[in-house]
Design a protein around this ligand. Structure first.
Ligand SMILES: *Cc1c(COP(=O)(O)O)cnc(C)c1O
Length: 432
């Protein structure tokens, strides 16, 4: 075996490690996985091919892989309270693609939340496959940035979509899955909850679960759930016709009874080949960790931190969309400080604080340089930071935004940031 490290590559990984350690990671969709998830992700499981599902593989040698995949599935079933789960999607976007592939034909009418109002690309955005291969109807928020259930109901009645996605990337409020389920099912539409961002809050009981309301649930595993990059598709229901030939042309009622089978067939062989077994194992480890009181406390603290941060930023004159937050993120209109989202993102990066620019509802600026930024607390909370640090960090954010042209001040903030980070170390033993 070649046992020679590419020095250039390993130097870069170590630089990235230092960046992750010394900066404030405030991108709402990011987190730090545990050292055990890291170990599992770097394990020999990456060597194995295992197309198919446990007990039904197209390759030999899958005795232990089967057990690992079943372990991940059983943890997820227990944690989310579902009867069927697929842990093979390579990531959140392919998981959503599999749902369309399972339940729709090309050209069918689908509905999802507009990206610029907090939806996801895969919910029918025009440049995404979901907007190109299906007839996409998009809903938005009301003028204050809240989901507008009455207008969604009217749109569903008028347009009669076959499938509706609900799930968000930049929405700070509770989603009413029960109400949406009634709207969808009154119109014989499938309802899919995409809980990519909030999965960790859902398993901790801090955000209401869509289980029992929506036909399908998709989630990533690497956001608040704090696992490896990956995804899962969940549903309730039996696999009624595991051997019968069925596909998505069989009509709404029979499709509805066969969702687990349709989903599994869509993931493999419909869209993917061999599953990433090291990721499956990483998901198992992350779910094992999520099924603890410690994780529940962690998830509660994420929200407390976001609420504290929101309060402090608002006290300092920043405009918080919807006026606050129920979850792990806040969306901020920075134009009241006479800067744009891009300028805010850049100056905060120079100050050691990583966030992303984001459109705000009814944004008058272009998506490439929108009016807002999105910030989240999952990663900081993993480091152990609490309300006290949120107050300090809010001051630093405000100072950086107010002095976005002053490189010297931004540099000083960066050293303040580093001091805070040193008090909350991550990956003490990791080095490449
Ligand atoms: C992150 C996210 C996805 C996509 O996940 P990827 O792993 O980036 O493909 C899908 N839907 C929502 C709501 C998300 O937040």
């Amino acid at each position: 075996m070649i046992n020679k490290q590419d020095k250039k590559l390993f130097d870069l990984i170590n630089k990235e490690l230092t960046r992750q350690q010394d900066g404030l990671e405030m991108i709402a969709s990011e987190n730090y996985v545990s050292e055990n998830v890291l170990r599992v992700m770097g394990s020999i499981l990456t060597n194995k091919y295992s197309e198919g599902y446990p007990g039904k593989r197209y390759y030999g040698g899958n005795k232990y892989i089967d057990e690992i995949e079943n372990l991940a599935k059983n943890y997820a079933k227990k944690l989310f309270g579902v009867t069927h789960i697929n842990v093979q999607p390579y990531s959140g976007s392919p998981a959503n693609q599999a749902v369309y592939f399972a339940l729709c034909k090309p050209g069918d009418k689908i509905m999802g939340m507009n990206l610029l109002y907090g939806g996801h690309l895969t919910h029918g955005w025009k440049v995404n496959f979901s907007g190109k291969h299906y007839e996409s109807i998009q809903y938005t928020t009301d003028k204050n940035g809240f989901l507008d259930y009455d207008s969604i109901e009217n749109l569903v009645k008028k347009e009669k979509p076959k499938l509706i996605f609900v799930g968000t990337t930049a929405y700070s409020r509770i989603i009413d899955f029960e109400r949406l389920a009634k709207i969808a099912h009154d119109s014989n539409a499938f309802l899919v909850a995409d809980i990519a961002h909030i999965a960790g809050l859902v398993v901790a009981g801090i955000h209401p679960s869509p289980v029992g309301y929506t036909d399908v649930i998709t989630t990533t595993t690497h956001k608040t759930l704090r696992g490896p990059r990956g995804a899962m598709i969940m549903c309730n229901g039996e696999q009624l016709n595991p051997t019968r030939k069925i596909d998505s042309v069989i009509g709404w009622r029979e499709s509805k009874q066969n969702i687990p089978t349709l989903i599994d067939r869509a993931v493999f062989p419909g869209l993917q080949g061999g599953p990433h077994n090291h990721t499956t194992a990483g998901i198992a480890q992350a779910l094992f960790e999520a099924d603890t009181d410690e994780f529940k406390k962690y998830a509660k603290q994420i929200v407390k931190n976001a609420q504290k941060l929101s309060q402090e930023l608002s006290n300092n004159g920043l405009k918080i969309i919807t006026g606050g937050t129920d979850n792990h993120l806040i969306l901020i209109d920075v134009t009241t400080f006479n800067i744009t989202g891009s300028q805010a993102e850049k100056s905060l990066e120079l100050a050691g604080i990583t966030v992303n620019k984001n459109a705000i509802p009814f944004d008058t600026r272009s998506p490439f340089d929108p009016s807002g930024i999105r910030i989240g607390t999952p990663a900081l909370t993993t480091r152990g930071m609490k309300e006290l640090e949120m107050t300090q960090i809010a001051q630093l954010i405000v100072k950086a935004l107010k002095n976005h042209n002053d490189e010297k001040i931004l540099k000083n903030i960066k050293s303040e940031v580093k001091k805070i980070c040193k008090k909350f170390p991550i990956y003490k033993k990791v080095k490449y």
